[in-house]
Ligand binder design. Structure first.
Ligand code: BG6
Length: 466
């Protein structure tokens, strides 16, 4: 791997920080997220008041990352810690101080900060009062927020990510875009308008960051899960192709070309959907495409798509594919306890596919496995995690060394344990165990897992010693 390859890990601050009402922070959509069985999610949620208490332990946590030899570390600036309501006139200085101290400490330890903007952290008030990114005013609030954050951290932070997993905004709209579907809007209309609005938000962020710091490197980010056809029947191949375009490629297609792709224009035309997309917004999106430096993505698993047997109408069929909840399984792979199938070669495939489609440097900014773990006399023997990483890093090395992909770095998910996106503490991802239970906070002490020592060796040998 190249000498300046960015080895490290990533976390999401709303899921780790806690201190949810401390030092002027406001509630955000993750704090107020209600996890229900109706959403297809087992309600195992903890509250976010303490989470992994990273707010008070951040130096200790960064020391552990430095001990592992991290070259880079991705974290998110919690929007509601800087702008507690979202439409505030003035920013919360204590929030800005906190992230600046974090960046200073990282730089002192020789770790490159990679900063995400919008990671499940929109102020809850913006959801309740404005309906989040479905309302264009929220894009203005967001651009102002980005301006404040970048002004404070410019010259210290080089790598920025405008929007975590932007492609998931239409699917998990409350958490990812702070928006609920209005009663008079169909799911496909919401899909179309949120895809546009989040693309504009991304573009505005690119413009702001580059205007303030022309040396900054700005990237867009998606949650990538390549969909494979269930069989080699052409119907299934067409279904998987459609799903990949709408689920994975759409935001990157817009970000890199600055235009709406034909398949999306056809999609809205077929359905007579009117989207609100003004000329000046189109101009910002187009201009931002010239300024984008890299493309980032998370990768945990691949997916499977098939067509449906009894749907006659093409439009209904496509809609069924777009919002397919069948969660089809790939017979070739095993899964973790949460049903996430482990497909390491899928990472190589994703890298080849995305690189040759966009010709931009790629950055893996999340990859890992959630495991229910217990502390055993102060130790955690997480061989399953080590094996997962061994296979995925082997796969990415193949993409770089054999397939010629330009890869900037690899950030594992995650340095320490914290709450999952569905507020579960049981689903642990860290190289470091955080001693708390579901309800019982225990002492929140940090313990190095077996994978901690393993990853340290991987980084020290630049990926040679797996
Ligand atoms: C990504 C998110 O979707 O996947 C993270 O960016 C999240 O915030 C991660 O934690 C793993 O998903 P989960 O649901 O297991 O936490």
């Amino acid at each position: 791997m190249k000498r300046d390859f960015l080895w490290g890990a990533a976390l999401s601050n709303v899921q780790a920080e806690g201190a949810y009402l401390e030092d002027g922070k406001g509630l955000n959509v993750y704090d107020t997220l209600v996890v229900t069985p109706e959403k297809g999610i087992v309600p195992m949620f903890c509250d976010t008041a303490v989470a992994a208490d990273h707010y008070h332990h951040y130096k200790e946590d960064i020391d552990l990352m430095a001990e592992m030899g991290f070259k880079a570390y991705r974290f998110s600036v919690v929007w509601s810690r800087i702008h507690p309501l979202g439409d505030d006139e003035k920013a919360n200085e204590k929030g800005l101080d906190f992230y600046e101290s974090m960046v200073d400490y990282l730089l002192e330890k020789g770790i490159e900060p990679v900063v995400s903007l919008v990671h499940f952290d929109m102020p809850d008030y913006l959801l309740r009062e404005y309906n989040g990114f479905l309302n264009k005013k929220v894009i203005d609030f967001y651009a102002k927020h980005v301006e404040v954050v970048v002004n404070r951290l410019k010259g210290k932070v080089k790598y920025w990510l405008t929007y975590n997993e932007i492609n998931l905004a239409p699917y998990q709209s409350d958490l990812v875009a702070g928006a609920y579907r209005p009663e008079d809007m169909s799911m496909t209309e919401m899909f179309a308008q949120l895809s546009i609005n989040t693309a504009i938000a991304h573009a505005r962020a690119v413009e702001v960051i580059k205007r303030i710091d022309s040396n900054a490197w700005v990237g867009g980010m998606i949650g990538h899960a390549p969909f494979y056809p269930l069989t080699c029947k052409s119907e299934d191949i067409i279904a998987a192709d459609f799903k990949n375009k709408m689920h994975n490629y759409l935001p990157f297609d817009i970000m890199t070309s600055g235009e709406l792709p034909d398949y999306f224009l056809n999609f809205i035309k077929q359905r007579h959907i009117h989207i609100d997309y003004k000329e000046r917004e189109q101009k910002v999106v187009l201009e931002s495409s010239q300024k984008l430096d890299y493309l980032a993505f998370s990768y945990y698993r691949s997916g499977v798509q098939s067509s449906f047997d009894h749907i006659e109408d093409f439009i209904d069929l496509e809609d069924a594919i777009l919002f397919d909840h069948r969660n089809l399984k790939n017979p070739n792979y095993t899964a973790n306890e949460w049903g996430w199938q482990i497909d390491a070669e899928g990472l190589r495939y994703s890298l080849i596919d995305l690189y040759h489609r966009y010709h931009k440097p790629l950055f893996i900014v999340e990859n890992g496995i959630g495991i229910d773990e217990k502390l055993d006399n102060g130790k955690v023997y997480d061989d399953e995690r080590i094996e997962y990483y061994q296979k995925h890093i082997t796969s990415l090395k193949c993409a770089v060394e054999h397939d010629g992909v330009d890869l900037m770095g690899y950030l594992a998910w995650s340095p320490i344990d914290f709450l999952s996106s569905h507020k579960e503490m049981r689903k642990r991802y860290g190289f470091v165990y955080v001693n708390r239970g579901f309800e019982d906070l225990l002492d929140l002490a940090r313990y190095k897992k077996k994978s901690f020592y393993w990853y340290k060796k991987v980084i020290a040998t630049n990926g040679e010693n797996l």
